[in-house]
Design a protein around this ligand. Structure first.
Ligand code: MN
Length: 322
């Protein structure tokens, strides 16, 4: 059987237009991998678009887009209501998720039947199936790592700014090379450095404003130990973004004795999210799966439709005690 990258290349050769699509609330890993795929398609002399919400809320994404703009790098974006490629010869490339309901455009497959998927998340019942090609590699740290390996295989050199964004994608998904990190992760990072990825620019992309930092530290301060090795933070009734929950959970892992952490907060109207992190021994995916979510042993999440955050907290505590 042909190697997966050869199979993807074949699909690129067999199609004329490409729709690159990641998950809702695009993050740096999804964006970095999308840019990498975009460049690969370009190298075959073909055209692609990246589907994005019109104003991404994630500040790192905003900064990354601005960086590319300043360097006059033409990236074609489109919003979900403006996708108008002909069905024929169009390939959809899904990155950094394998769940239909999490897609930026959940019904994309009904519009465009030719689809391939590259992801690093664990599969579940809602994993997209019946597509041309599916490459789900749980041993990869991130979608950015998978796409970087592909770039390296093809010996494609991307601009330093794109290499930086891919590297930052890996950094975000590995919590700074702390989780899901293997020798292949470092190899990918190393390749990106040879392409000119900048650690200074990387830090700039990850910088946050003081207010966000202080808000987070307030929540960290209010967190509690729920047993010997697990910390919990329950946020207030304001609405936050998924990555804000994740950052709190990641912060909690820095403390002595904390081996796993959970942050519960509102991420939408009547929508409560839990972000769970582990340094490695405790399997937080198990807990999140039991609550309807999923992820990895070291980082997982779930979303619950409710307006009662305390109820979610009690359910999680009960689950952990059991
Ligand atoms: Mn990812």
């Amino acid at each position: 059987m042909k190697h997966i990258y050869e199979q993807i290349t074949e699909q690129i050769e067999n199609h004329d237009q490409f729709i690159i699509l990641a998950h809702k609330s695009i993050d740096l890993d999804a964006y970095g991998s999308a840019l990498g795929m975009y460049q690969i398609i370009k190298s075959y002399g073909k055209s692609a678009v990246i589907v994005m919400e019109s104003r991404p809320k994630n500040r790192s994404i905003q900064k990354s887009m601005q960086l590319l703009k300043e360097k006059q790098m033409e990236i074609v974006y489109t919003t979900k209501d403006k996708i108008n490629f002909p069905k024929e010869k169009t390939l959809v490339i899904i990155l950094d998720t394998n769940k239909k309901e999490l897609l930026e455009v959940p019904n994309i497959l009904e519009q465009y039947p030719d689809c391939i998927l590259l992801d690093h998340h664990i599969e579940s019942e809602s994993t997209i199936h019946n597509i041309i090609l599916k490459h789900i590699d749980n041993t990869a740290s991130s979608a950015s790592e998978i796409v970087t390996r592909y770039l390296k295989t093809l010996k494609i050199e991307v601009a330093p700014e794109i290499a930086t964004i891919l590297l930052t994608g890996i950094v975000v998904d590995t919590n700074n090379f702390n989780i899901k990190t293997t020798s292949k992760t470092y190899e990918a990072a190393s390749y990106l450095m040879t392409l000119g990825a900048s650690n200074i620019e990387k830090q700039t992309l990850l910088k946050e404003n003081r207010e966000d930092y202080f808000t987070r530290q307030d929540f960290v301060k209010k967190s509690v130990m729920i047993n010997k090795h697990m910390a919990l933070c329950v946020m207030d009734h304001n609405r936050y973004q998924n990555h804000q929950l994740a950052l709190i959970a990641e912060d909690l892992l820095q403390f002595d004795a904390v081996e796993a952490s959970f942050t519960i907060g509102f991420i939408g109207k009547k929508l409560v999210g839990i972000s769970a992190r582990s340094v490695g021994e405790i399997d937080v995916e198990k807990y999140m799966r039991a609550m309807g979510g999923g992820g990895h042993k070291t980082d997982a999440a779930c979303v619950i439709r409710t307006s009662n955050i305390q109820k979610v907290k009690r359910r999680l505590l009960k689950l952990i005690q059991e």
